[in-house]
Write a protein that binds this ligand. Structure first.
Ligand code: ARG
Ligand code: ASP
Length: 697
């Protein structure tokens, strides 16, 4: 007991975070390296991030605009999630070769498939530019003056950073609510080819049923290759391009992992809000999430009913349904997590203590001021939530607006393409029923003073939401595929007064004129106060190690493999195996219908190098602090080798974007041995494994 007390006391003195909470900036990782090493990391800060030598950061990329990927061979081979490569796999799929259903494996370089529009970004360097961004600013200036100075300085810094060209992109990001600014310079490669993907019945095994949950058995990975010009520089797709030679790639540790092992996730978390006020958390858990969940439940139920009744509709709506379901399920876990933790009450108590401490300091009055701003902001946020989750989800309305916008640009080919994409996956009865459900909720829940005048007057004309739906779907020309597909820009532009176009335009005008201006004004006032509140929190708790909220910049999270107790009397082991896949396997349940080949391989028991104890490990959980955007991130062992691929979090821990609870927050990763097993035994693509460096010690 005595030992624990002294360790705890020590951790307070040194500012060591007791739990594995935190997503740290790689360039400042030397501040954490002692703690990392104490927990099992065997390398140095320079191994993680260096601008003088190749380091692990050179093997990690921002994949597309919201995922992470890692280099796993000296020839540009890249690993990410199946759900991150989903769009590319889908785009290459057709009835003749359905790669989503059957999987895809390039058997040689010439079979690798290019993906226009897809990029991967390597972080060249990051730099604290706070002083440069604030150059010319002094405290006597107004907010507008500060904003314009910051904007001009940022633009100049970016222009200078990307001047050498060669695929460079730069951005300046605010950290700690504008108390720090960092510049990130990336090298962006745009010739990225699809190399391999398992069938969805492996890559999406468990589907939305298992999404955000543990135990998990999803083979959520796909493989790409980066191509470069002859000098290894970024270049648009060309047959003459050659595989990119990375400065660094991950060696793979296939020797097995154990509970308690050190793990480190290196990737691009998208957005967290760990330092927000209790008012903001209360809004999320008591108003925003419940309403958004209710709206999505209605849509999901309607979609599901039609999908169950018709195979073609099931295919049309499967990606849409998964999209709607993903956040819907996360919000429910988040809300429960916040309630269980009592985050609102805890934050209120913290704010009271802060406020007392702040008396007589420059932070006096900050908390009450934030508080009253939130009161003013709340109805605007609520209106925005309803706009985005109700009228803005009506497919025909969004389509009409999109087509009119394209018509204005005058591109007939863009119109034809957009119409084709839309009608391929459109089923009017779903859209119409969803319209009725969400617009009724819109009517019932939007308070006086925050309702669009257009909505009330149109509803009065029709008499009911149902009658409005009848009118809209019967009279909108946009429901007529043949008619719309044959129109060019002029013809589409003439549909300006179509009821779907009108509804979209009017409600958008309402948000833009009645809601956004005030919401933006209040939010920017909040932003200024948060600037102070954040700095105040750091002064109030000088012993605490603060990490900046996620903002899609490269971060390090570290922890260890660990099970958890989701509920009284239940303990979850940290590992899953293919035995669990066989237990779930059911040809009659879409989410659990594994490929026959998989059953055959399991029947032979020939797992090659990838087996352990007569089975194959599939997924594991650990205490790393991750968020959306960390999908595809490398999970690294104490020696800097790849042991897994991150893809999700457990349901009971999804509030980690707001408050991290070491008892419940776990990230979910694929065990790298399952990835190799699928490539080797199911995909028959052993030549890819030949390229990798695999260590078994
Ligand atoms: N929950 C994971 C994430 O937030 C995976 C989502 C994709 N899978 C799905 N079944 N919708 O991205
Ligand atoms: N599934 C998420 C992603 O796509 C990861 C997470 O939210 O934990 O980034």
């Amino acid at each position: 007991m005595k030992r624990y007390i002294s360790i705890f006391a020590l951790s307070l003195i040194c500012g060591i975070a007791v739990a594995d909470e935190g997503m740290w900036l790689p360039s400042l990782i030397s501040q954490r390296i002692g703690d990392m090493q104490a927990k099992g990391f065997e390398l140095t800060a320079e191994d993680i991030y260096s601008i003088n030598q190749a380091s692990l950061k050179d093997a990690v990329v921002l994949f597309g605009r919201g995922c992470t990927g890692e280099l796993i061979s000296s020839e540009g081979l890249l690993l990410t999630n199946h759900h991150c490569g989903y769009d590319q796999i889908q785009k290459h799929s057709s009835v003749e070769h359905d790669y989503l259903r059957d999987g895809f494996w390039a058997m040689n370089r010439s079979e690798e498939l290019p993906n226009p529009g897809l990029t991967v970004s390597f972080l060249d360097r990051m730099e604290d530019v706070t002083e440069k961004v604030l150059e010319g600013y002094d405290e006597s200036m107004t907010r507008q003056q500060r904003d314009s100075i910051v904007r001009a300085n940022k633009a100049a810094l970016i222009a200078e950073a990307i001047a050498p060209g060669n695929g460079l992109r730069a951005s300046v990001e605010s950290m700690y609510y504008g108390n720090k600014y960092y510049m990130f310079v990336y090298r962006v490669y745009s010739d990225v080819r699809l190399v391999g993907a398992p069938p969805s019945s492996i890559g999406k095994f468990g589907g939305d049923t298992d999404n955000w949950m543990w135990p998990r058995h999803t083979g959520d990975f796909s493989i790409f290759r980066i191509y470069a010009d002859k000098d290894n520089n970024p270049a648009p797709y060309s047959e003459d391009n050659v595989p990119y030679t990375p400065k660094r790639y991950f060696h793979i540790a296939a020797g097995g992992i154990e509970e308690g092992d050190f793990t480190f996730v290196y990737g691009f978390p998208g957005r967290t809000s760990e330092y927000i006020m209790s008012d903001a958390v209360r809004y999320i858990s008591e108003l925003s999430n419940p309403h958004k969940i209710a709206l999505r439940t209605m849509r999901l139920d309607i979609q599901r009913r039609y999908m169950d009744a018709d195979q073609a509709v099931r295919i049309q709506y499967s990606a849409k349904n998964a999209n709607v379901a993903n956040a819907w399920k996360k919000w429910q876990g988040e809300m429960r997590g916040i309630n269980r933790l009592g985050t609102v009450a805890r934050k209120q108590a913290y704010e009271a203590r802060f406020n007392e401490w702040a008396a007589g300091t420059e932070y006096e009055g900050v908390v009450p001021a934030l508080d009253s701003l939130y009161d003013l902001l709340e109805p605007y946020m609520f209106a925005l939530d309803y706009y985005y989750e109700a009228p803005n989800t009506v497919e025909i309305v969004k389509f009409a607006m999109n087509m009119l916008a394209l018509a204005e640009q005058g591109s007939d080919s863009a119109l034809t393409a957009a119409a084709e994409v839309f009608y391929k996956d459109y089923y009017l009865p779903i859209d119409k029923e969803c319209f009725i459900a969400v617009m009724k909720a819109f009517d019932e829940n939007l308070p006086e003073g925050f309702r669009p005048e257009y909505f009330d007057s149109t509803l009065a004309v029709y008499g009911s939401v149902e009658a409005w739906a009848d009118g809209l779907f019967a009279h909108s020309a946009f429901t007529d595929k043949e008619f719309i597909s044959a129109l060019g820009s002029e013809g589409i532009a003439a549909l300006y007064d179509d009821p779907a176009a009108e509804m979209g335009r009017e409600l958008k005008a309402w948000v833009n004129t009645q809601i956004y201006p005030e919401a933006i004004r209040l939010t920017s006032e909040l932003g200024l106060l948060y600037h102070d509140y954040m700095r105040g929190q750091m002064e109030f708790e000088p012993e605490k190690a603060f990490y900046p909220d996620a903002n899609l910049t490269l971060r390090v999270a570290y922890g260890h493999i660990k099970g958890y107790t989701p509920a009284d009397g239940v303990y979850y082991e940290p590992f899953s195996t293919i035995d669990g896949i066989m237990e779930k396997d059911n040809p009659d349940i879409f989410d659990y219908n594994i490929p026959q080949k998989f059953r055959d391989v399991v029947a032979t028991g020939d797992y090659g190098r990838w087996g352990e104890g007569g089975s194959v490990p599939v997924c594991f959980i650990a205490t790393n602090h991750t968020s959306g955007g960390n999908s595809g991130s490398p999970v690294i062992d104490g020696k800097g080798r790849l042991i897994g691929v991150n893809f999700d979090r457990v349901w009971e821990g999804t509030m980690s974007d707001i408050e991290f609870d070491p008892d419940f927050c776990r990230n979910i990763s694929l065990d790298i041995r399952y990835v190799l097993f699928v490539i080797d035994k199911i995909g028959g693509a052993g030549h890819l494994i030949e390229e990798m460096t695999i260590e078994t010690e």
